[in-house]
Design a protein around this ligand. Sequence first.
Ligand SMILES: Cc1cc2nc3c(=O)[nH]c(=O)nc-3n(C[C@H](O)[C@H](O)[C@H](O)COP(=O)(O)OP(=O)(O)OC[C@H]3O[C@@H](n4cnc5c(N)ncnc54)[C@H](O)[C@@H]3O)c2cc1C
Length: 352
Amino acid sequence: MIRIDDFFPDAELANLQVGAGVADISPDWPATSWEALRAAGVLAWSVPVEFGGAGYSPVDLLKGAEFLAARCLTTAFILSQRDAAVRRLMAGPVCLKEKYLPLLALGTTFLTVGLSQLTTSRQHGGPALLASQISSGYRLDGDVPWVTAADQAQAIIVGATLADGMQILVVVPTDRPGITIHPPMKLEALLGSRTCSVRCDGVEIELELILSGPADHILGKSGGGGLETSALALGLAGAAIDHIKNQANQRPEIREIGDIFEVERVAARQGLHKLSVASVHQAEAVLAARVECTDLALRATQAALLVAKGAGFVDSHPVGRWARQALFFLVWSCPWSVQAEMLTVLSGRKKG
Ligand SMILES: Cc1cc2nc3c(=O)[nH]c(=O)nc-3n(C[C@H](O)[C@H](O)[C@H](O)COP(=O)(O)OP(=O)(O)OC[C@H]3O[C@@H](n4cnc5c(N)ncnc54)[C@H](O)[C@@H]3O)c2cc1C
């Protein structure tokens, strides 16, 4: 069995659990938790060694995401968006890697992403963010509807669409003229993520800031729902499963339920790790894993609430928060194929 908890410096990251409740309900930046990540070296995990990072393998990054999400989903989620920026930089030109990656590893710079307008957001109208060619590069006009921690970032990696439908990915420094970062949204959970929409009015981007494109479907065809997202859902499910198992120490009647969930957790974890080292990208299996982990997060957190009873419905108890946070996985990075499958599960057409 793959154990996660032995793998990471829990003592250094203990603060995450302490701050998790406030990070969920308060729009204040979770500075103490973010500093705990920096102090524990977590901000270097995803950055390759040659750029000053720790160069963790894909499996170790999934273990890390699961571990952190079980302690503070808000902080783990912010990190996931920053790490998405790291991944995009890694596919870009060397000059941008050299400029940003060492500072990201140190934690002295923060970058985030605003990509969903290319995949899962605003797909039923025209492009939310238009790019037009100008002599020095591109001009951006329109909305980036979702950017986590936009007002904490020195730059945002943004996806934009050209008039002919081709797409580009660009690094947009947040101090550019024409950028308006709106106030953080009043979310149902994870308020500390300070998720904002960003308006671009004639924002000029020089060619040196282009990460990739123009290209068709620049983020691939599946559009979200990757293994990193699933690892966070699994971490949240794990917090709830551990709660049920701990309760079972005094209440033998729930032991079997804890054991059933534990088997599911281990199977889902093994599935994610296997997919992360697969030689060929298995898009359908990745999306199936996203459904499996979302469904597990929803069921395990609700089962934990049942076990915690009324006490779990009081806001000082973490179980109610976990159940609320599980809903996030129904809307974040959830492409249509995952939505369709989850609707089938939730409508009872298929047993979860
Ligand atoms: C807390 C949070 C943080 C996020 N952070 C980031 C981030 O940092 N970076 C990032 O890139 N993304 C981020 N996302 C975006 C996320 O991945 C999804 O893209 C987003 O949740 C999709 O929701 P939407 O409301 O934009 O979808 P939309 O599809 O734009 O839906 C908006 C509205 O339009 C309606 N609608 C949808 N389709 C149709 C249709 N065909 N006809 C008519 N009406 C329709 C819907 O019912 C809905 O009410 C974040 C999301 C959340 C919730």
